[in-house]
Design a protein around this ligand. Structure first.
Ligand code: GLN
Length: 449
């Protein structure tokens, strides 16, 4: 598939031809179920949009039955921005319901398949975006990352996925899952495309009170893979990972050394605390954010309710899927009186420690290299137990709790042809260094699809 950089140089007629070609290919690959709809707007370079980002006049459903029938009344800031840069929203990508999940199995539209092995998940929650880019039926896509939802599907599908620093990209028009963690970011075929798309998305927005008013010099024109950096590796993270992930890790360290970077060995408290803190904070915020879906203001309303209370109950019982209900229950529990201090407040303290721990590493290192997931793409149904699925987020959620930028890129393929990705994590608002390092790693490992 033509890259985003190349597509942006095409004359108008060729973009039109490209769009037709894409439509044909999407139809041919319908079985992947990466697109939930082929909505189109404008005539620019087509960009696939995750189904939790508002595009005025389009249905936006977050892959949930509760939002069927809802039509976005305004554009998300990122949509305004990409259109200004010559891109056009093209298709809605499948996802886990309300972005809650790591496999895209919880979508009300059914699962998306991994293009490398149809028996395996594409990752999640931005599984449709990742599968489409990997299968050559999208040039690039937008995803959202609350606890790994851009980086993990990117790793499972063998593409590049980047989560910006919290506050870097406006969340205006992104359906909120966990507001203190959510960020929109690019999912692309290579690091340079990710930088190009990131530049379009980044920038202060007064409509999002958590958006940072800070220097946002574009990174793509300044990309420099020849910079020599100090990169921390976290051996204690890797020791519990699958052997394929360890192999990728060793290969990446060797490649980075060959590129002239300095490797320093560090330890992070890691997974156990990250997962516990994350699933308390994320579900607490989700339970509040999802209270707005009550059958009055958005989408679906249950029929034949006798009174208002019954209408709320029926709408939510019928509209939300099992995983979303589990999160609302968990979140309501940790916020309830008597448990707030024991769970929510404690999780906030742990969150603070995680942030401090990262900051200590960044006193000595420019970047951190870490796995994205403990295994390559797993099989459908393999994570039947919710807790098991949560544990697979071990390496991604810490980055969101600390608000750091990170990028996942493909490193190698297993003997079965499954991609293995790793992530680089950067300092707050230092996306330039993150992209420079990622470009260097990409060049050195030479992943070929
Ligand atoms: N898998 C994580 C969760 O279910 C992350 C999801 C995300 O980043 N949206 O919460």
């Amino acid at each position: 598939m033509i890259t985003l950089k190349e597509a942006m140089q095409l004359p108008k007629e060729e973009i039109a031809a490209l769009r037709e070609d894409l439509k044909r290919k999407i139809e041919e690959q319908k079985a992947l179920n990466a697109y939930v709809a082929l909505d189109e707007r404008g005539e620019g370079v087509p960009l696939l949009i995750k189904d939790n980002i508002q595009v005025k006049g389009w249905s936006v459903t977050c892959a949930s039955n509760i939002l069927q029938g809802y039509v976005a009344p305004y554009d998300a800031t990122v949509i305004e921005k990409i259109e200004k840069a010559g891109l056009s929203p093209f298709g809605r990508a499948n996802m886990d319901e309300f972005a809650m999940g790591s496999s895209t199995e919880s979508s009300c539209y059914g699962k998306t398949l991994n293009p490398h092995d149809p028996e395996r998940v594409p990752g999640g929650s931005s599984g449709g975006s990742a599968a489409a880019v990997a299968a050559g039926i999208a040039i690039a896509a937008l995803g959202s990352d609350t606890g790994g939802s851009i980086r993990q599907p990117a790793a499972f599908c063998g593409i590049v996925g980047m989560k910006p620093t919290y506050g870097r990209v406006s969340r205006w028009g992104l359906a909120a899952y966990s507001s203190s963690l959510d960020q929109i970011g690019p999912m692309t075929q290579n690091v340079e495309d990710a930088a190009i798309l990131y530049d379009m998305l980044a920038g202060h927005d007064r409509r999002d009170s958590t958006s940072a008013d800070i220097d946002d010099t574009p990174v793509a024109p300044n990309l420099n893979p020849d910079r020599k950096l100090t990169i921390a590796v976290v051996d204690n993270y890797v020791k519990d990972a699958d052997s394929a992930v360890q192999k990728a890790y060793d290969a990446a360290i060797e490649a980075l050394e060959k590129e002239g970077h300095t490797i320093v060995r560090k330890e992070l408290m890691g997974a156990k605390y990250d997962i516990a803190a994350y699933y308390i904070v994320a579900t607490a915020e989700a339970s509040a954010n999802l209270s707005r879906y009550d059958g009055v203001r958005y989408g679906n309303r249950a029929k034949e309710a006798k009174n208002l209370k019954e209408m709320y109950l029926k709408t939510r019982s019928e509209g939300f899927g099992e995983e979303v209900k589990r999160r609302i229950l968990l979140g309501s529990f940790v916020l309830s009186s008597g448990y707030y201090d024991a769970y929510y407040l404690k999780a906030m303290k742990v969150r603070h420690l995680i942030k401090e721990e990262f900051e200590a590493v960044f006193k000595e290192a420019d970047l951190i290299l870490s796995p994205v997931a403990p295994t390559p793409a797993f099989r459908f149904g393999e994570m039947a137990d919710a807790l098991q699925m949560y544990l697979s987020d071990a390496y991604t959620v810490g980055v969101n709790l600390a608000g750091l930028p990170a990028i996942s890129l493909p490193i190698l393929k297993t003997d079965d042809g499954l991609p293995v990705g790793l992530q680089l994590i950067g300092r707050h608002f230092d996306e330039q260094t993150l992209f420079d390092g990622a470009m260097s790693l990409e060049r050195a490992v030479c992943y070929k699809d």
